[in-house]
Design a protein around this ligand. Structure first.
Ligand code: SF4
Length: 85
């Protein structure tokens, strides 16, 4: 786990994502000069999120409709068995 340290005498919290969205509950806030949870609010967004989200959505949809998918599978197998006779 990395320990981020302030450079230049300014608290890390001033540029931290968790300070900006008010979700930090660390007691050092807002004057932390070092922190293990620091996340730079100025970092550029990554494109990895979009592909991850679409994969996650498909998995979530399958998990939510697993009963329907099982029923459709049984119907398909039944139809194949009838057609093969
Ligand atoms: S996570 Fe650390 S740097 Fe960020 S706001 Fe909280 S105490 Fe400050």
């Amino acid at each position: 786990m990395p320990l981020y340290r302030s450079v230049g005498g300014e608290p890390l919290c001033l540029t931290c994502t968790y300070y900006a969205d008010n979700t930090c509950t660390f007691p050092k806030r807002p004057d932390a000069m070092d922190c293990t949870l620091y996340d730079d609010v100025r970092k550029p967004p990554t494109d990895i999120h979009s592909s991850y989200k679409s994969t996650f959505r498909v998995k979530a949809w399958v998990e939510r409709h697993i009963g329907l998918l099982a029923l459709l599978g049984l119907i398909l197998i039944s139809l194949l068995l009838v057609l093969m006779r």
